[in-house]
Design a protein around this ligand. Structure first.
Ligand code: ATP
Length: 308
């Protein structure tokens, strides 16, 4: 059994020879059976990474293995829902699902497809081109999930779903993970959605890995320190040991708040320590690209330098 679902080593992609890098020096390991949130600002390289993992585009440098082999070889075991949900516009919903069944003999689960489509009360005779964005998402998720994939690559899957559909389909995704041990790599900009459903995190900034690893371990590696600004070195942050990295700090009047990465040493005198939220950690790394990233569980690459 494969214990690594995706492994990227110094993975890089640029779409034109002299163009900018869409993804650069990206190294991480996603263990099988995890639900991984893929986070980054617009244009950070999330869709590029998902397309590389799906084997739809080739790396410019470095490499990526999926389910232990070349991404193209893993395709039968992959479910991929792209951001624009490409499907044949002239086919009806019923014809689209029938095509999914024909293309996946022996593994198609008609009950799952039926459950997803009927949840949205979709007309089976409606053509794909006539569906709303959320209805198209439903059909795309039905195709991806009914295939019983070992790895699901989802590019902002919930973006155009209403709140009820989000809950319903997120619940279904989580049930699938629990029943079948499916690995999910899912991009989203909605932190609350990710915090509730994911146990692993991959944050990309300017095409590079900023954070990668188990969500709880990443959170446990950080603390929010709160204390008097005048106690700080340069008057801004707390005085800390050499092993501590100040990821971000803000000063309001005489009060300073710093997000730090350390081994859990006692806070300096006069400072209070608290657990940061997931959003606080992610935002701090995205706002401060000069701070070295943190990739847990990646033995082949030290936390890389920030963007040049
Ligand atoms: N086919 C392409 N040709 C040229 N450049 C591309 C192509 N696809 C993506 N890019 C560029 O690569 C960079 C990363 O794009 P990507 O779509 O991967 O970002 P993203 O993180 O998914 O963004 P968003 O959150 O807006 O969906 C961007 O600068 C984008 O312009």
């Amino acid at each position: 059994m494969t214990i690594t679902a995706i492994e990227a080593r110094a993975l890089g992609k640029r779409f034109a020879r002299r163009g900018n890098w869409a993804l650069r020096d990206c190294s991480f390991r996603l263990p099988a059976g995890r639900v991984c949130a893929l986070v980054g600002v617009n244009g950070a390289g999330k869709s590029t990474l998902l397309a590389l993992a799906a084997g739809l585009i080739a790396p410019t440098e470095g490499g990526i293995t999926v389910l232990g082999g070349h991404p193209a070889d893993a395709r039968p075991d992959l479910g991929y829902v792209a951001q624009d949900k490409p499907m044949y516009p002239q086919l009806t919903v019923a014809e689209t699902l029938r095509m999914g069944a024909d293309l996946n003999p022996g593994r198609w689960d008609p009950d799952t497809a039926e459950r997803i489509v009927s949840g949205g009360a979709l007309d089976r005779d409606a053509r794909i081109r006539s569906l709303s964005g959320g209805q198209r998402t439903r059909v795309a998720l039905a195709l991806a999930l009914a295939k019983r994939p070992r790895l699901l690559l989802l590019d902002e899957p919930m973006a155009d779903l209403d709140p009820l559909a989000r809950r319903e389909l997120m619940g279904l995704l989580m049930a699938t993970v629990a029943e079948q041990g499916t690995t999910i790599l899912m991009s989203s900009h909605v932190m609350a959605e990710l915090e509730d459903s994911c146990d692993h995190l991959l944050v990309i900034g300017d095409g590079r890995v900023r954070l990668a690893g188990d969500m709880e371990e990443l959170l446990a590696a950080h603390r929010l320190l709160d204390g008097p600004a005048q106690d700080g070195t340069s008057g801004a942050g707390p005085e800390l040991g050499q092993d501590t990295v100040v990821v971000s700090h803000t000063t309001t009047g005489r009060q300073c708040t710093a997000l730090v990465r350390d081994a859990g040493a006692a806070p300096p005198d006069g400072w209070r320590a608290a657990e940061p939220s997931l959003e606080e950690v992610i935002v701090a790394y995205l706002r401060n690209p000069e701070v070295p990233g943190l990739a847990l569980d990646t033995v082949f690459a030290a936390p890389q330098e920030a963007t040049a």
